[in-house]
Design a protein around this ligand. Structure first.
Ligand SMILES: Nc1ncnc2c1ncn2[C@@H]1O[C@H](COP(=O)(O)OP(=O)(O)OP(=O)(O)O)[C@@H](O)[C@H]1O
Ligand SMILES: [Mg+2]
Length: 359
């Protein structure tokens, strides 16, 4: 058995609720020890997929298999009741028991597994250390901060040592700053405990910052599965390009190696491979802004409608006559121009990806 054998294999899974197709022929593999993210807008089927893996939902079609801890042949997960599956699902709204202290909350699930008292105590102590909760063991949930409660919920899931931990929007209840801290924490924790994580989120930055690989979903279908850098640099289609990262999408037509839009022709990375309706993806950090001197020969000329300074970097939004969306450029340091300035825009053709628009 090589490490390449996926831990979880989902093949052709579909699920409909009446007329609503929640999952449409979903196939994906999750590798052992991977931090995998399911990313997509609200209603795209993320929770339905997690619930199908955990056994709280029966797919209409398809198979889901998992490698057993001892065996080298995949087991049919769909034939097992939820409590016999080696997976643990942390729900979108995790509920801690308010009348139990942190230690008891974490212990609760283990006590029903018939383990010895010593083993339970040892496992709980270990998990309290990994989640940084040792000094909160005797405290009740109401006395904890949001981030600490989140840690208790995680500890409770990890202590059972599932082969696969499914987390549905684990950080959504937290404010922005705590959330950023917990993203780092979650990643560290996954590494430390060596459990495969599947995390659902609709926040692309969160998925990008934590996951080894991401499946982008839309309307029940998987759009692309790739590592964060590939998703950003080589989106498979317009939906992924729009959903991942920020940027400007220029709508036009590709024809015999050139891309035309808004009455001009623009350089891009791959015009030969595409014909007909197409979209050019311009990432903000690839767009250069120059003073619109006639000698510069920019690709577009426009006027600045907005500038933002974020501390270490800035973004500048430019309206170009005849182009439906404004173009956004980002760069290190403070804004170099002010609203109303006429500027030129240019970009390196290698960094501008052209995508076919599906009819
Ligand atoms: N029990 C159900 N009965 C009827 N429709 C359902 C049921 N569960 C989910 N759906 C529908 O299936 C689709 C997918 O829902 P799902 O909860 O999987 O989305 P999601 O990606 O998790 O969204 P969110 O980000 O809002 O949590 C939605 O259109 C939803 O309304
Ligand atoms: Mg959901």
């Amino acid at each position: 058995m090589t490490l390449e054998t996926p831990l979880l294999s989902i093949s052709g899974v579909s699920k409909a609720y009446g007329d609503v197709v929640a999952l449409d022929n979903v196939s994906l593999d999750i590798r052992q020890n991977e931090f995998f993210a399911l990313l997509g807008p609200s209603g795209c089927g993320k929770t339905t997929l997690l619930r199908s893996i955990a056994g709280f939902e029966d797919p209409d079609a398809g198979t889901i298999t998992i490698l057993g801890s001892e065996s080298t042949t995949p087991i049919n997960l769909l034939s097992l009741p939820p409590n016999k599956r080696p997976v643990n699902l942390m729900f979108q709204s995790y509920a801690l028991f308010p009348h139990m202290n942190v230690r008891k909350n974490i212990m609760y699930g283990l006590q029903r597994e018939g383990l010895s008292k010593e083993e339970i105590a040892q496992r709980v102590d270990e998990v309290l250390i990994t989640t940084g909760l040792t000094d909160k063991a005797a405290v009740r949930p109401a006395q904890l901060s949001g981030g600490q409660r989140q840690r208790v919920a995680l500890a409770r899931a990890i202590v059972k040592r599932p082969r696969l931990l499914l987390l549905d929007e684990p950080l959504s209840a937290l404010d922005r700053k705590v959330r950023a801290e917990m993203q780092i924490e979650l990643k560290r924790l996954q590494h430390e405990v060596g459990i495969t994580f599947v995390v659902v989120t609709h926040d692309q930055e969160e998925a990008m910052s934590m996951a080894d690989r991401i499946a982008v979903m839309h309307e029940g279908r998987v759009q692309q599965i790739a590592d964060p850098v590939t998703l950003y640099a080589q989106p498979a289609n317009v939906f992924v390009a729009d959903f991942i990262g920020s940027g400007s999408l220029l709508h036009g037509v590709a024809n015999q190696g050139s891309f035309s839009a808004y009455g001009s022709t623009f350089p891009c990375h791959n015009p030969d491979q595409i014909a007909g309706d197409a979209v050019l993806v311009l990432r903000p950090e690839e767009v250069r802004i120059t003073a619109a001197a006639p000698t510069d020969n920019p690709l577009m000329v426009g006027s600045i409608i907005e500038t933002h300074f974020y501390g270490g970097s800035s973004s500048t939004t430019v309206r170009v006559a005849g182009v439906d969306h404004p173009i956004v450029a980002s760069h290190p340091g403070a804004p170099q121009y002010i609203v109303g300035d006429q500027v030129g825009l240019s970009w390196n053709p290698q960094s501008a990806v052209l995508l076919q628009v599906q009819p």
